[in-house]
Design a protein around this ligand. Sequence first.
Ligand SMILES: [Zn+2]
Length: 81
Amino acid sequence: MQSPLQANSIGRLVPDLPSECQCGRPLQSRTHSLSECPLYRTHRHLLGQGRQAQIRTLVGSRQGITHLASFLSKSGAYEKH
Ligand SMILES: [Zn+2]
C-alpha cells in the first residue's frame, strides 16, 4: 500500500526556505523547525512522540499528516511575517 504522500513531497508541504528563523538562527530548515527551534517547543507535542514525530511518518501516513497540519496551524511555523 502506498503512503498518501511521498517523502520527497515534504518540500511542497513544508517548504525548506533558505531564510533566517525567527529565533535568530541564520538558516531555517525543516529539521530545525520541527525538532529544534525553541519558538515551537510548546507545540512540538502535536507532532507525536518517537517514530510518530519522524518526518517520514509525518508525511507518510494520514495520522502523520494530521499531526503535521495541526502543528503548522497552531504554531504558526512558516507563516509569512
Ligand atoms: Zn528557530
